[in-house]
Design a protein around this ligand. Structure first.
Ligand SMILES: Cc1cc2nc3c(=O)[nH]c(=O)nc-3n(C[C@H](O)[C@H](O)[C@H](O)COP(=O)(O)OP(=O)(O)OC[C@H]3O[C@@H](n4cnc5c(N)ncnc54)[C@H](O)[C@@H]3O)c2cc1C
Length: 300
């Protein structure tokens, strides 16, 4: 690898993920801007080191053996948030590192409706685009006009939603090669500022009541199967409160796994597998993971 002045080494990922568990990344880089990231990638050379982008780590488990990769941390530096035009012509731009609740409040405070559902999703625009994050009937890609991407060698591109296959919590690109999200243009509709703010307030209140927010977690672990709810199946299977090491199926919301303190990534992954196999045994339904798992186990 060529020498890089600001490159971080051996970066603990438990501090970078909301589960507060997991091993270290071989290299890390926190770009100051989209341009800075492009320059960095153009000069970065490491033949055996894949590139991984990470936002707020709110949908991610990094195994205890760590990640042999260069991790790009988008949250601090990729922070542009603005609006061009006004009225019905307004187009919002948010860089990949902007937190989704920040984008929701920004649009609501300017009197636009349609972004409120993002207020309770504790991830970034980049993570949201990757997962097609959504809730309460809204999904991020419903609001996207275009996205800005970057290739591993630092070339910046603009893509349309039609370049992707967009499904429930799953987005697949149709083009060749790898690209990461560095920003997106959004359209929301002109509405009532107070109504949008009230909707955000109510939605956040609902989340505090329904979700185990006082313990480290990564939101819903499994996608809902067709015509059913993962949480319902897990609860009906008697799995609420099931413990593996420091990981527990939340008593409050059965599709959440919480870190009760000191859980390893292995505890969490073992519990995920256990829940999957018990639900499959009892109901014949294979729950698919919503969360992403990266890295190596400690003994591999
Ligand atoms: C309490 C709680 C509640 C939640 N509620 C919801 C909800 O209601 N709806 C919902 O959809 N999700 C929910 N989530 C999950 C999570 O917040 C979302 O999936 C969010 O979009 C993840 O964003 P992130 O920035 O944290 O992504 P990360 O966890 O950092 O990354 C997720 C994946 O995206 C990739 N990635 C991240 N940034 C980029 C990028 N710029 N380019 C390419 N790939 C990238 C990562 O490599 C990883 O594979 C919740 C999580 C928590 C903790």
């Amino acid at each position: 690898m060529n020498p890089q002045p600001n490159i971080l080494k051996n970066v603990s990922m438990s501090g970078q993920t909301t589960w507060r568990a997991g091993g270290a990344a071989r290299f890390g880089y926190a770009p100051e801007s989209e341009q800075n990231l492009s320059l960095f990638l153009k000069s970065f050379q490491c033949s055996d080191c894949p590139i991984v982008f990470i936002g707020l780590g709110s949908n991610l488990l990094v195994r205890d053996g760590g990640l042999n990769a260069l991790v790009i941390f988008t949250h601090r530096g990729l922070s542009v948030l603005n609006v061009m035009g006004d009225g019905a012509n307004a187009i919002f731009y948010a860089s990949a590192g902007v937190a989704l609740p920040k984008l929701a409040r920004f649009a609501a405070n300017l009197g636009y409706e349609g972004s409120e559902f993002m207020a309770g999703i504790p991830g970034t625009v980049g993570g949201g685009l990757t997962m097609n994050a959504g809730c309460y009937g809204g999904e991020i890609w419903d609001c996207v006009q275009h996205v800005k991407t970057i290739t591993p060698s630092g070339d910046i591109k603009v893509r349309s939603p039609s370049d992707y296959l967009i499904e429930y919590r799953k987005v697949t690109h149709k083009f060749e090669g790898e690209e990461f999200f560095i920003g997106a243009w959004f359209k929301f509709h002109v509405g009532d500022k107070q109504k949008a703010r009230d909707r955000i307030r109510n939605l956040l209140k609902r989340r505090v009541q329904e979700q185990p927010l006082s313990k480290p977690n990564a939101g819903s672990v499994f996608r809902n199967p067709d015509d059913d709810f993962a949480a319902r199946l897990i609860e009906a299977g008697g799995l609420k409160g099931r413990l593996t090491g420091g990981a527990e199926v939340s008593q409050r919301h059965a599709n959440f796994i919480i870190n009760t303190g000191g859980a390893t990534a292995k505890d969490i992954e073992d519990l995920i597998v256990e829940v999957q196999s018990e639900v499959a045994l009892k109901y014949g339904i294979t729950l698919k993971r919503e969360i992403h798992i990266l890295g190596a186990t400690i003994d591999s």
